[in-house]
Design a protein around this ligand. Structure first.
Ligand code: SAM
Ligand code: SF4
Length: 326
């Protein structure tokens, strides 16, 4: 069992398959020139499977594939097929653009739930945010996934001054479509020039939504990162991921494996241990996993406090989000 010094049991692993991406979201990629990881540093398909097997033997029950954009890996189909043999719930976070290419493979691998990132419902704004003119395709792919019976969560990064005008449009989407929209409070990572004033909190967003519709609070499960709500009678739900205004570190069950094979015990943690290096040298990987877990901080990687307005983004040592694997 993967238990840390605060008694938290970790059974959920997020594996970043690559730091490469076909979109250019400014909140995720460093504004400055990005240095991509060379191919030789990325875990191969076999190495991903081997490391996943070790985590599963230690008690991991759920694996999320992420990135960068996980679907840009040419061997995504092979990785999916091999991980599907493990006794885990397999899931994915994607920008959605390459979904049609992998629809059958995802079904075959038994993937039931997919998180698709979509920050705006306005094509021009989508272009500004992602630097890709592909809103229509992403939206068509979301509808395709729904039609094929996948449970779809939409991840929308909420930034002050941008999301307000669209909150109610996103919520209204859930009237007829069984979509689960999650507004994510904007988080600081290396290179994204985060400022406290760009954060709009869940409480502020909820107030705005309530001006237009009646909402009820839904029950959240122990390890949920999102606080869920619904408009009575609507098919879907909406939720807030409150990392900045009300963290959920107390019930954290997540570990991360970066595309270059480093274990990160927290999204905001600065300490990493090189599992891939150990694997390539024929050394034991498990002791490194346990060591990383033992060093996990109580909250927010020990790098800032819950009063995010006091956070100094320059003092936070981390990678960019695209480089960590969200
Ligand atoms: N490319 C995939 C995608 O966009 O879904 C997977 C990787 S992406 C890094 C994972 C998630 O992190 C996305 O939902 C993205 O919106 C979110 N994310 C990236 N940067 C963020 C930030 N600064 N604050 C909050 N969420 C962020
Ligand atoms: Fe790519 Fe996802 Fe980051 Fe956007 S959020 S740049 S799609 S990895």
């Amino acid at each position: 069992m993967l238990q840390d010094s605060f008694g938290r049991v970790h059974d959920y692993l997020r594996i970043s398959l690559t730091d490469h991406c076909n979109f250019r979201c400014s909140y995720c990629m460093p504004v400055e020139e990005m240095e991509w990881m060379p191919q030789s540093k990325l875990m191969s398909a076999q190495e991903i499977v081997k490391l996943a097997e070790i985590f599963v033997s230690l008690g991991v029950k759920k694996i999320r594939l992420t990135g960068g954009e996980p679907l840009v890996r040419k061997d995504f189909g092979q990785i999916l097929e091999e991980l599907a043999r493990l006794p885990v719930e397999l899931t994915l976070t994607t920008n959605g653009i390459l979904i049609p290419q992998y629809l059958e493979a995802l079904k075959k691998a038994g993937v039931r739930s997919i998180n698709v990132s979509l920050d705006t419902l306005q094509p021009e704004k989508f272009f500004k945010l992602t630097r890709r003119d592909q809103f229509a395709q992403v939206w068509a792919n979301i509808l395709l996934l729904l039609q094929e019976g996948f449970r779809i969560k939409i991840n929308a990064v909420a930034m002050q001054g941008q999301i307000e005008e669209e909150l109610i449009d996103f919520v209204r989407l859930t009237r007829d479509l069984p979509l689960h929209v999650r507004f994510i409070e904007f988080m600081p990572f290396t290179g994204n020039h985060w400022q406290a004033k760009q954060v709009i909190t869940a409480a502020q967003m909820l107030e705005l939504v309530k001006k237009d519709v009646e909402v009820v609070k839904l029950e959240d499960k122990t390890h949920d990162t999102a606080k869920k709500y619904q408009v009575p009678g609507y098919a879907g739900t909406f939720a807030f991921i409150t990392t900045m205004s009300e963290h959920f570190c107390g019930s954290c069950n997540r570990l991360r494996l970066t595309a270059d094979g480093k274990i990160k015990n927290c999204l905001f943690g600065k300490e990493e241990l090189d599992l891939l290096g150990a694997l390539r040298q024929g050394q034991e990987v498990t002791p490194l996993i346990l060591q990383s877990l033992a060093r996990k901080h109580a909250a927010l990687g020990g790098q800032f406090s819950q009063d995010y307005s006091q956070a100094d983004p320059g003092a936070i040592e981390n990678r960019s989000m695209i480089n960590i694997g969200g």
